[in-house]
Design a protein around this ligand. Structure first.
Ligand SMILES: Nc1ncnc2c1ncn2[C@@H]1O[C@H](COP(=O)(O)OP(=O)(O)O)[C@@H](O)[C@H]1O
Ligand SMILES: [Mg+2]
Length: 309
């Protein structure tokens, strides 16, 4: 069953097309990743799907309601965590939750029950009186997610929820996303951390408002990238990269820490040639092997290096 059905959704600001005729479906209870570089149109799309911003053209049915015709009904069925976390920094933790509970019209009894749950998932039990602005990023982020789903919506939209928090908090946050999804909530999440795309059931990638790839992580790796990828480890990655970039069998290059990934022409299958080239250039290679592409390889292939954050 689909939770979200998007058809020809378009947003123009004056002559500028921010979201360009995109269509896709999101299944119930899946973790759906919405990826793209800064300025690609992610937040604009989310705001249309939440009924906050009117589409210029096209429509989306979100939880059974049309965002073009019935935006106010959409708002009742969803939770939304905006890019800036949506909490009031100058309110205490408990006051923020009271506020969100009030917005969604929860009864006192329900609000108390749900507050307990949010405080638990945010590791804030007994700390209701702390000022929200004083919380560490990772905790605040969990509190914001809790506030966004305090009314137990069927669908939650998370706009770059893991931006600017440390890797451990990010990892824990994804566990929370998994829990929500396993309880039946549809999670629509944007991120520019490409490794997080691997945690999604399905993904779409947009660039300059246009949809350029879609599928599950496995499909993206097989459908969009036909060239083989080699991983090369060297202490002198920059020199190795410069040398390899010049070879005509090399299609794309990128750096991953101490490793280089090169994608090569389909017919190329000569590891020793790479070794020899580097040796002649005075570059020692520690290891070279053919790898299964990562999603990052796929996105670099689709977008080019400059758009990968
Ligand atoms: N209210 C607005 N008026 C004019 N341009 C806007 C407005 N909102 C967003 N844009 C433009 O639309 C494009 C997409 O923005 P956005 O959806 O915020 O991208 P993302 O969330 O992927 O970083 C950007 O070029 C941005 O400047
Ligand atoms: Mg954004």
């Amino acid at each position: 069953m689909n939770s979200i059905e998007v058809k020809n959704l378009t947003k123009k600001f004056g002559d500028f097309v921010s979201v360009d005729n995109i269509s896709f479906n999101v299944k119930q209870a899946e973790i759906f990743g919405f990826l793209g570089a800064n300025g690609a149109g992610k937040s604009t799309t989310i705001r249309m799907l939440c009924g906050i911003l009117e589409p210029t053209f096209g429509d989306a049915v979100v939880g059974g309601c049309s965002v073009a015709k019935n935006p106010d009904s959409v708002k009742q069925n969803i939770g939304y965590m905006s890019q800036r976390f949506s909490l009031y920094n100058d309110l205490a933790v408990g006051e923020n939750l009271d506020f969100f509970g009030g917005v969604y019209g929860l009864s006192n009894q329900k609000l108390n029950e749900r507050k307990k749950w949010v405080l638990k998932i945010a590791n804030l039990e007994g700390k209701e009186n702390l000022l929200t602005g004083s919380l560490p990023g990772g905790i605040k982020q969990r509190l914001a997610l809790g506030a966004a789903v305090i009314h137990q919506p069927d669908i939650v939209f998370l706009d770059e929820p893991t931006s600017g928090v440390d890797p451990i908090s990010r990892r824990n946050f994804w566990e929370l996303i998994n829990e929500l999804s396993s309880e039946g909530t549809t999670v629509f999440v944007t991120t520019h951390y490409l490794e997080e795309a691997e945690f999604c059931n399905n993904i779409i990638l947009i660039d300059a408002g246009r949809l350029i790839a879609e599928g599950n992580p496995k499909q993206l790796k097989t459908d969009y990238l036909k060239n083989s990828i080699y991983e090369i480890e060297s202490d002198r990655v920059i020199e190795a990269l410069e040398l390899l970039e010049k070879q005509n069998f090399v299609v794309e290059t990128s750096i991953f820490g101490n490793n280089i990934h090169i994608s090569v022409e389909e017919k190329f299958n000569d590891l020793s040639r790479i070794n020899k080239l580097c040796e002649e250039g005075g570059i020692t290679i520690k290891r070279i092997n053919k790898i299964v592409p990562t999603l990052e390889d796929v996105f670099i292939h689709l977008l080019g290096n400059e758009k990968i954050l």
